[in-house]
Write a protein that binds this ligand. Structure first.
Ligand code: SF4
Length: 511
């Protein structure tokens, strides 16, 4: 199909053949802008499950002769959303490219968790302006969590006129329609539903790897931690039905995938929204562990919803990995209260005790925020003491950064930035010390490594991860890629291990 035929086809099939002039009318009738106020009102409407996603006939071929490029920022949820959007692009006939210069459509799949992440996106939009001026037909889009923020959309409308489309996290399945609108319109197309979002099954996915895969088990979050924008940008908690998840994992196992990670903002709340069945993450893991796939992980956990049944199931081991990422955020009950984490220091430590009793070899990692508004020295010391007590193997540490629209952003803060930086440094020293100690214990041990591929820094060396998610670099044959192999560790570094392969333990089956 040539360019003219394609445009004719789109025009003929567009339900609204509008001119640029009457676009504003269309905008108010059909397209909604994001609103934090609406997002804060948790609707009582039931989540709708849609199992009938298809590419509308009139859009098939829309991408012929065109290329797409997606840049992803942020967490695994975003990475996985990119896989879904890539799947939709391919179904529309587009080809992927890894060069922005060659792309006909560029999407920035954004993250709103920290101001820094947002600034990177605005910087990138600035860079892309030159390309857009060179190639006026290029479509430039912003999607992901930033698009759900009113202030971001307003800023883009005002300052980044080179953007052609903005769409939200609940609108990904509408990508064909949004692209179609963007081709036809002279105005910026904005489609961001503040509505809670439904569960859409059958979306195509172009997975990035052939060894590890992500599987969404739920969307959204109802926890409303006072610093976090996610409950507003991702909507309320909605769980996928267990049968859909189990079918997807079975399919991945049949395709030869070796590891799956079950994804959600708060996976421990899985199933709480079901009205017809009592079914939680423990039940789901108990089913999935019976599937013939070597490694199963999940992220991210919220300690409040981590229940005994899940611990009991995880203790069965096998393909359920002995690593749990359990964000604590602070060791002070008072700070946890202000954060609205809904657990105390003691409750968290009791959970850790139960997990360690049931899974003695478990590796625990965490996330910590330092310098929360008005955090005192004593409260910070409690974080350090909790860190030692739990003896985490790694932590992701951050200085608190306010997010507009969250309750914490309105709090007065009497902690100077210098103090926050000093606290972060002291915490990081402790993190490094305990990480080095934990890594040292591996020296001389033989560990099982799922081989991802060549090391990023040296193509003669292979790299992969242990069951506890430790990065291992070692010399071995390229045929080991995609396999689980045994590696003897001969050197521990702070963040990785070096070793030599001692035995390949299963034949390569990755298709
Ligand atoms: S549990 Fe808290 S930190 Fe995690 S996504 Fe929900 S609100 Fe944000």
């Amino acid at each position: 199909m040539n360019e003219k035929q394609r445009l004719d086809n789109q025009q003929a099939n567009s339900s609204d053949k509008k001119s640029a002039k009457d676009y504003s009318k269309y905008f108010t009738q059909v397209i909604t802008a994001p609103s934090l106020k609406d997002a804060k009102k948790r609707g009582k409407e039931e989540v709708q499950y849609h199992n009938d996603f298809t590419i509308p006939e009139e859009f098939k071929g829309m991408g012929e002769g065109r290329k797409f490029y997606i840049r992803t920022y942020g967490c695994q949820m975003n990475e996985h959303d990119t896989e879904v959007m890539a799947g939709i692009f391919l179904a529309l006939g587009y080809e992927p490219t890894d060069r922005t210069e060659d792309a006909n459509v560029i999407l920035l799949n954004t993250c709103a968790i920290r101001e820094n992440a947002e600034n990177k996106v605005f910087g990138e939009l600035g860079h892309l302006k030159a390309l857009k001026m060179e190639k006026p037909d290029l479509l430039l889009g912003v999607c992901g969590c930033m698009s759900q923020e009113e202030s971001v959309v307003n800023k883009i409308l005002k300052t980044y006129q080179q953007v052609d489309m903005i769409f939200g996290t609940h609108n990904i399945h509408r990508l064909p329609q949004i692209l179609n609108e963007a081709y036809l319109s002279k105005e910026m197309v904005i489609e961001v539903w503040s509505k809670e979002g439904d569960v859409i099954e059958n979306l195509p996915k172009e997975r990035r790897g052939k060894i590890k895969a992500w599987v969404n088990i739920m969307y959204g979050c109802d926890k409303f931690c006072t610093y976090c924008i996610v409950p507003y940008t991702r909507g309320k908690e909605r769980s996928r039905r267990p049968e859909e998840i189990i079918q997807e994992v079975r399919h991945l196992a049949a395709q030869g995938y070796k590891e799956i990670t079950l994804l959600g903002q708060n996976v421990n709340a899985y199933g709480k929204d079901f009205e017809d069945i009592k079914y939680g993450l423990g039940d789901l893991m108990d089913e999935i562990r019976k599937i013939d796939i070597p490694r199963i992980r999940f992220t991210t956990s919220h300690p409040r919803d981590f229940d005994d049944h899940l611990i009991e199931v995880l203790a069965k081991g096998g393909n359920l990995m002995d690593h749990i990422h359990l964000p604590v955020q602070s060791g002070s009950t008072e700070v946890l209260k202000i954060m609205a984490r809904k657990y105390t220091r003691e409750q968290y430590l009791e959970l850790v005790r139960k997990i360690k009793a049931a899974i003695p070899n478990v590796s625990l990692t965490t996330d910590i925020i330092v310098g929360y508004p008005n955090e005192t020295d004593e409260q910070f010391e409690e974080t350090l003491s909790l860190y030692r007590e739990v003896s985490y193997e790694i932590a992701y540490t951050f200085i608190y950064s306010p997010r507009e629209g969250t309750p914490a952003a309105k709090m007065e803060d009497n902690v100077p930035m210098e103090v926050k930086k000093e606290r972060l440094q002291r915490l990081n020293n402790l993190v490094n010390e305990l990480s080095a100690e934990a890594m040292k214990k591996y020296e001389g041990q033989i560990v099982e490594v799922l081989v991802d591929g060549e090391s990023k820094n040296n193509p003669d060396v292979l790299a992969g991860y242990t069951t506890k998610n430790k990065l291992v670099n070692f010399k071995g044959p390229k045929t080991a890629i995609g396999n689980i192999v045994k590696v003897k560790i001969n050197e521990a570094k702070t963040w990785s291990l070096n070793g030599e392969m001692v035995e390949e333990i299963e034949p390569a089956e990755v298709k």
